[in-house]
Design a protein around this ligand. Structure first.
Ligand code: SF4
Length: 688
């Protein structure tokens, strides 16, 4: 019995399913997962987790895991040894660089991988290859929020902690299905709302669970959030409710901004958004009456033509009302993947080094050139949207992508797949043979979070360590080791033995993480950035100043961009989002038995009105067609949606995958796809 018990092991890890960043102990025996046990000292979640964190881990032992490198031969893959795969990559990378130059190569980092791995990926692109063509999938979700915050308050992250959200007098949730996308965080809001008298306003197209609970639920027309937000802000200014002292001492640009609000009268907003004036005035009153307001938002805001501008409008509203730099107040763009924040923090962006310092800044570039002993181009690189068109144009020839199912999650998939087919050489590194990997020339088997060490940074800027639960399965390896192997084949001479050494190097170069060390993150310890060299961290941002030269925030005037219009032919608006039980395209969750057994198949939510008009019932099989492609899916009639709004969860990787319908239109400031501006026509394939 003693022998048997000694094989039982307890390891602390961090959940990889969403940006809340729950941490917990995993009990294992050999490769068997006995239980997931959250601990009181877990900083983001305490003793809570959601269904994914509790039961979503069988995929680690799935028979479908990649355990050997794969090399394409014609239409099929054959297994290979690392030596052969790496030699092939070395040859092709050198050839592309020599023949077409470094900018013919493109690199995609993963927001599911660790901070250290994102750091190495951008170091490989910039320092070894010599290109800034590096991006990560926050381009698909949260880059517009980061842009809105950079413009106004200077840091692209949640301004406080989850505990601040709990303390807020008023929570406004805009375009976020929080209960299904950020379950444990939503539970905190629900509890504060129920027990502590916190007020809750929800704005969404769809009446999801948070909307059901809200004190006020508003359903503006799709893509019009900027208009009601600006009208509410103008109303507050006109009533004399702006926080004068805060504006005088801590904010620039008031006059010009107030002038820019002129057109956002209640009449105009009513006409554009479809919301009654009285409702918008109710929102303004609620903000005025509450001691503190926090705004939570997600992809319902960002994935539009004007996603950055709407994010900016949210921050402007918070500045006008003095809702920054105090507990319970602030901006909370809710990060989707577990490490969306970290992937960007560590420079997997075409225009920013780690810590968001600009590539175009000579002094910053000189710092990295000295630190790495290389030269780095000054010109910002391509983002992932530009990479796809760059491949079509023949400018990008080689792509190295890790841990990202771009061939499923990017918009306008038929166009993306055609691009993959045009590449001269395509390397995909993943734990499964994803849809994207099927287009690769070489597939490299990576290790998931349970099989490596590293750190993740959650939505509240909290940096946490994960420890290794299992050895990598088969011949798979942690991503950081694979990237180092490739870099060294190209002559880099990297000698990292442990991710802690990578963090030490990164921290020495990026002021945002200056005081981050593995020792300070031991066990359940965590730090929230910025972290000063002495280890002091910052749970609540902007207490004394904003990170601009004069320490003041900036009001930033924005204008409304009209969303794409539907026409008579493509007459339905197709909204999309998450389901609680699944994660994105389902690469991990569809392979976890504890989860698939609890979940329905993907379905299309249709309104009772549309069902009556078209003769749809639960289970009716329909085809939706947009100008870009089509999907097949069965209907579910529900009053969560209304009129010609339909809702397709984004969790199907087969014939129902939403991105066969979406277009290449994107946020004008960041190129984030306008996923939420999709229209389609419907035909019935089979009645129930
Ligand atoms: Fe994981 Fe998010 Fe669920 Fe926490 S709330 S257990 S981080 S999926």
């Amino acid at each position: 019995a003693a022998m048997r018990e000694s094989r039982i092991k307890k390891t602390k890890t961090v959940c990889t399913y969403c940006g809340v960043g729950c941490s917990f102990d995993v009990w294992t025996k050999d490769r068997k997962i006995l239980k997931v046990e959250p601990q009181m000292e877990a900083p983001a979640n305490g003793i809570s987790t959601c269904v994914k964190g509790k039961f979503g881990w069988d995929f680690v032992n799935s028979e479908e895991r990649l355990t050997k490198p794969l090399i394409r031969e014609g239409d099929v893959f054959r297994e290979a040894e690392w030596e052969e795969a790496l030699a092939l990559i070395e040859g092709k990378f050198k050839q592309a660089k020599d023949t077409y130059g470094p900018d013919s190569m493109a690199f995609i980092s993963s927001s599911k991988c660790t901070n250290e791995e994102s750091y190495l990926m951008q170091k490989l692109a910039r320092g070894v290859i010599g290109t800034n063509n590096i991006d990560n999938c926050s381009r698909y979700c949260q880059t517009p929020a980061t842009m809105g915050l950079f413009r106004t308050v200077g840091h692209g992250g949640d301004s406080g902690s989850i505990t601040d959200i709990e303390q807020a007098g008023l929570i406004i949730v805009v375009g976020s299905n929080t209960s299904e996308s950020h379950p444990v965080l939503a539970t905190r809001v629900k509890r504060s709302h129920k027990l502590n008298g916190q007020k809750l306003i929800v704005s969404d197209l769809r009446k999801h669970e948070m909307a059901e609970r809200a004190d006020l639920f508003i359903q503006p027309k799709s893509g019009t959030d900027l208009v009601w937000l600006s009208a509410v802000t103008k109303y507050i200014v006109d009533q004399g409710w702006a926080d004068e002292a805060f504006l005088m001492n801590r904010v620039n640009g008031l006059d010009e901004y107030v002038k820019s609000l002129d057109k956002y009268t209640m009449d105009y907003a009513e006409q554009v958004t479809g919301l009654p004036k009285e409702t918008m005035i109710q929102v303004a009153n609620a903000i005025h009456e509450s001691p503190t307001t926090s705004v939570l938002w997600a992809m319902g805001v960002t994935q539009h033509l004007g996603g950055s501008d709407t994010s900016t409008a949210i921050s402007n509203l918070l500045l006008i009302t003095g809702n920054y730099g105090k507990p319970g107040a602030g901006s909370y763009p809710l990060r989707g993947h577990n490490n969306v924040q970290g992937a960007s923090d560590f420079g997997s962006m075409p225009d920013r080094f780690p810590g968001y310092e600009k590539v175009a800044d000579d002094a910053v570039r000189a710092k990295y050139e000295k630190g790495w002993g290389v030269t780095i181009p000054a010109k910002p690189g391509m983002n992932n949207h530009e990479m796809v068109s760059g491949i079509h144009a023949g400018d990008v020839k080689v792509m190295y992508l890790k841990g990202e199912d771009m061939g499923m999650v990017d918009s306008n998939l038929n166009y993306v797949h055609e691009a993959f087919e045009k590449l001269d050489f395509f390397v995909v590194q993943d734990i499964f043979l994803s849809k994207t990997a099927q287009y690769a020339d070489v597939v490299l088997p990576a290790a998931p979070s349970f099989e490596k060490e590293g750190t993740f940074t959650n939505t509240e800027r909290r940096i946490q360590r994960l420890y290794q639960v299992f050895e990598p399965k088969g011949d798979s390896k942690p991503d950081w080791q694979i990237i180092m192997d490739i870099a060294n084949r190209l002559g880099a001479g990297w000698t990292y033995h442990h991710p802690g050494e990578i963090m030490a190097e990164a921290a020495s170069l990026m002021p945002l993480y200056a005081g981050v060390t593995y020792e300070r993150l031991e066990g359940y310890n965590s730090l929230q950035w910025p972290v000063a060299a002495d280890g002091t961290d910052t749970p609540l941002l902007f207490l004394d100043e904003f990170p601009f030269p004069d320490g003041k925030a900036r009001l930033f005037p924005v204008d409304w961009t009209k969303p794409l219009e539907y026409d008579e032919e493509y007459d339905l608006h197709v909204n999309n989002g998450r389901l609680l039980e699944h994660f994105h395209e389902g690469n991990m969750t569809y392979k976890s038995k504890g989860i698939t057994s609890k979940t329905p198949n993907v379905f299309l939510e249709v309104s009772p009105e549309l069902a009556a008009e078209r003769g749809l019932e639960d289970g009716t099989l329909v085809r939706l067609t947009s100008p870009y492609g089509s999907v097949k899916v069965s209907c579910l009639v529900t009053d969560r949606v209304k009129g010609k709004e339909v809702y397709l969860p984004m969790n199907d990787s087969g014939e129902g995958a939403i991105n066969y319908l979406t277009s290449s239109y994107a946020d004008k400031d960041t190129d984030t796809p306008a996923y939420k501006e999709t229209s389609a026509k419907m035909e019935i394939l089979k009645a129930k």
